[in-house]
Design a protein around this ligand. Structure first.
Ligand code: TXA
Ligand code: MG
Length: 335
């Protein structure tokens, strides 16, 4: 696998060109975005999109997001472009919001898992923007990880998970958000949140006051596996906990059938003695920085071969919702 690191201004345009050539030839490229790394293919080439499903081991029933570089390109992917989509795009695009609208004939069925809707997003990352300008075709891109595992937020995560399976990785360092885009379904009334993500629902509500968060109502055919219980999970079992004194933490670990020495603890507010544990990592105090760090900490804990990842429960506030969502989905055994 070619692994291009964007560490000098000169390499940027060459990487854009190389990625475009590989994509135009119908092959896959792992690309940085502002959320997580994506595994991209020419969205208009069904054979190329098919390769995404093969490399990820992704069920054919799970639709892939289409990335566009302009409102014009977004309009071409949709059968009709609702006025609300224009309003949302004005506020949140380019950025980490995926809008589900009706699919146009231009988008091959393999992209949408045979469905009549398509998820579209205009990403903010400068590399993808330059790439989309250069390609002139939209890019189908799920996260660049095997299906069911943690999304990659750094080039080395992609390298670890997809080496030998793809021919090109463009590495622009750590992703800005470190958590996937928010997915919003505009084909139902009222519009429905399908996945919590980098844009909080309070911000969305300012544009869509009637926003529905009733995930359970979503028809199974809308199959957004972002809603599946166990997803985005590290290999190492993960639990969330709260404790007062450090002795309480020891008791809880014993109840979970493990010891401090086998546990990686991600602390948020608590202070604990680091030498007792397999590792202790202090998570940032604000939700944006916390999200940026979280998946990287899980990847790291997996590499350490710990028996348990214990996460100190984050605060209650709405701005922590996407983080609580990912923690719930990663919790093992599910409760
Ligand atoms: O931030 C992101 O969204 C990243 C970057 C690469 O853009 N992509 C990403 O893609 O997370 P993926 O495939 O891992 O997750 C896309 C989610 C899935 O839960 C999928 O089911 C849902 O969006 N989705 C895509 N198209 C859909 C559609 N037409 N209807 C309902 N859900 C859809
Ligand atoms: Mg994914």
């Amino acid at each position: 696998m070619e692994h291009w690191v964007l560490d000098s201004p000169g390499i940027f345009p060459r990487a854009v060109e190389r990625a475009r050539d590989v994509l135009a030839a119908g092959d896959l490229v792992a690309i940085p975005t502002e959320t997580v790394y994506g595994l991209a293919a020419n969205a208009l080439n069904p054979g190329a999109v098919q390769k995404i499903f093969k490399v990820k081991g992704r069920p054919a029933t799970n639709p892939v997001i289409v990335h566009v570089g302009s409102l014009d390109m977004a309009g071409q992917c949709a059968k009709n472009w609702p006025p609300l989509a224009t309003d949302l795009a004005r506020v949140f695009w380019p950025g980490p919001l995926t809008l589900v609208v009706t699919r146009s004939e231009a988008i091959p069925p393999v992209v949408t898992a045979g469905g009549s809707t398509v998820g579209i997003r205009w990403p903010r990352h400068p590399f993808v923007q330059a790439l989309l300008d250069s390609c002139n075709f939209p890019l189908a891109a799920p996260s660049a990880n095997p299906s069911g595992t943690i999304s990659p937020t750094r080039g080395e995560h992609v390298e670890k998970m997809l080496r030998g399976k793809i021919s090109l990785l463009i590495d622009a360092g750590p992703c800005l958000h470190g958590i996937e885009s928010t997915v919003l379904d505009l084909t139902v009334d009222p519009p429905r949140l399908l996945r919590h993500g980098a844009i909080g629902h309070e911000a969305l509500r300012r544009v869509v006051p009637e926003l529905s968060m009733n995930f359970e109502d979503a028809e199974p055919i809308l199959k957004s596996p972002g809603r599946l219980e166990r997803h985005y999970a590290p290999v190492t079992p993960l639990r969330t906990a709260k404790w007062g004194k450090e002795q309480e933490l020891a008791l809880q670990l014993a109840e979970m059938g493990t010891t401090a020495a086998e546990t990686v603890v991600l602390v948020h507010g608590a202070t604990i003695s680091p030498e007792r544990y397999r590792d202790v990592r202090v998570m940032p105090p604000d939700p944006d920085a916390y999200a940026r760090a979280l998946f990287a900490e899980w990847h790291r804990a997996d590499e350490l071969g710990a028996k348990l990842i214990l996460v100190e429960a984050p605060p209650e506030g709405a701005e922590w919702e996407a983080i609580r969502d990912r923690l719930r989905r990663a919790t093992f055994p599910t409760s």
